[in-house]
Design a protein around this ligand. Structure first.
Ligand code: ADP
Length: 448
């Protein structure tokens, strides 16, 4: 196993990785910006290196400084976490070119899945069902019109380089199509520097269901079941569950098998998530994320597996130590993403946390880098913690979640905890009866 790794991230995920390393006897190196010099992820690590100024472009995205930090500390491998450089294929290559190990998939697979058009073509060839739409990029309005006519309205214009829900526009009829195309292109160009867009059938009432996979260098791929991430705001996940209230064991096994077969053929390595929309009993691929996901803890809670430990093992050349049949799912888990934002307007609320008291007890996990007296810097994303709750079944899980939300104290800033407190009493949530549009409709209804 590695003796020392560098964690190229900050906040809760840097802490999460640090914890797995320490349990495995691996020394850790934190990196930080000048704004994060006193951050908890820095204090928890064995060593730390300042890699640049507060804006992420000069620090957490500063590849030369990160490589230098590996060299001066003797770190043998780099864990990128999620966000920042985690899906940057060039970064993964540079790490390997320096004789270090990138804890993640092969650069070619990161690059393939980062181009959503190419990703869709590749997985279709591998036998994974995709959302009907254009075969490639859309070059002009006439082409868009003919694709839309063949798949049927409404359609969704999506950015090939997309991420974070940006560069997506719905067209309900031909009259709306030109504007949707030009808006999606403009947004994609501004966000990703690439205005390539493609067209998909817009599904009206799907759920977002994703399959977690793990692969080693010996051609073994296992899936760790699904997560239901249908509760979203602006195409961004807010609440995640494992398993999905909409799937039974048979459906899970079937889609799990399809995904593992495809990734075995691809020769995938490490952890990854294949994301689908699920409507009327059918799965439609939307994208694959080639990294650890924010919501990975719900999978850990029901499988008892430590995904970061598994990542480190397979990155180091180890084999997965269990078979698909050994993977069992126990109980139910829910994660709430707690953001430093007003719970009605979602306006960011950085600043000083005066009091921070986390819930505890059986089946409760809080992943956070916050503490009483911590000042949240305004430079980074607003996720300040994840509350993850496990129960013997979904009902117990919901009751426990309700109890935990009433114990959680974060004073001094605004957070999204009140939103979750209202969600846990909603009949549709209690029944598990919601699609990807449910939360937006709920927010509209309750703000009026
Ligand atoms: P991103 O990479 O920007 O997150 P995704 O392709 O993963 O984009 O889609 C994010 C979310 O957008 C999905 O979870 C879903 O809510 C919505 N979405 C994406 N494609 C479609 C579609 N064809 N029909 C309806 N909603 C969609």
């Amino acid at each position: 196993m590695f003796d020392k790794i560098l964690i190229a991230n900050r906040g809760e995920i840097a802490m999460r990785i640090n914890r797995a390393c320490h349990e495995m006897g691996i020394k850790t190196v934190a990196i930080h910006s000048t704004a994060d010099a006193n951050a908890m992820h820095v204090r928890m690590a064995d060593e730390s290196v300042c890699v640049g100024p507060a804006p992420a472009s000069g620090s957490y995205l500063n590849i030369p400084a990160i490589v230098t930090a590996c060299e001066i500390t003797g770190a043998q491998a780099v864990h990128p976490g999620y966000g920042f450089l985690s899906e940057n294929a060039r970064f993964a290559e540079i790490i390997e070119e320096h004789g270090l190990t990138f804890i993640g998939p092969k650069p070619a697979h990161i690059r393939l899945m980062g181009d959503k058009i190419e990703a869709k073509k590749a997985v279709k060839r591998l036998g994974i069902p995709v959302v009907p739409g254009s075969d490639g990029g859309i070059t002009n309005d006439d082409e868009a019109k003919s694709v839309a006519a063949s798949v049927g309205y409404p359609v969704l214009v999506k950015a090939s380089a997309g991420g974070g829900g940006r560069g997506m526009k719905v067209a309900r009829n031909e009259g709306e199509l030109s504007l949707a195309l030009s808006m999606a292109r403009t947004e994609a160009k501004a966000a990703f520097g690439d205005d390539t867009v493609y067209l998909e059938k817009y599904l009206e009432l799907p759920r977002h269901i994703e399959i977690q996979v793990l692969a080693d260098r010996f051609g073994k791929v296992v899936h760790l079941g699904e997560r239901d991430c249908s509760l979203q705001r602006r195409h961004q996940k807010v609440w995640e569950e494992a398993g999905s209230p909409a799937l039974n064991a048979e459906a899970r096994d079937k889609i799990g098998q399809t995904v593992t077969d495809a990734l075995t053929e691809l020769g995938y390595l490490g952890v990854g998530t294949v994301e689908f929309l699920y409507e009327n009993g059918e799965f439609y691929f939307i994208e694959m994320n080639t990294r650890l996901q924010v919501e990975h803890p719900v999978t850990e809670m029901i499988t008892g597996l430590d995904l970061v430990r598994e990542q480190l093992r397979v990155a180091h050349g180890g084999a997965i130590g269990f078979s698909q049949a050994d993977v069992t799912f126990s109980g139910h888990a829910i994660e709430c993403r707690i953001n430093a934002e007003n719970s009605k307007t979602f306006r960011p609320s950085p600043g000083l946390i005066k009091d921070f008291h986390v819930p505890g007890g059986l089946g409760v996990r809080v992943d956070s880098a916050a503490y009483s007296g911590y000042r949240i810097p305004p430079y980074y994303d607003s996720l300040i913690g994840k509350l993850i709750v496990h129960g013997k079944n979904r009902t117990e899980c919901l009751m426990r979640l309700r109890r935990c939300l009433s114990e959680f104290v974060i004073d001094g800033i605004e957070t999204t905890i009140p939103l979750f407190q209202s969600l846990v009493t909603e009949a549709n949530i209690i029944d598990g009866d919601y699609s990807i549009h449910w939360l937006e409709n709920f927010l509209k209804r309750t703000s009026a």
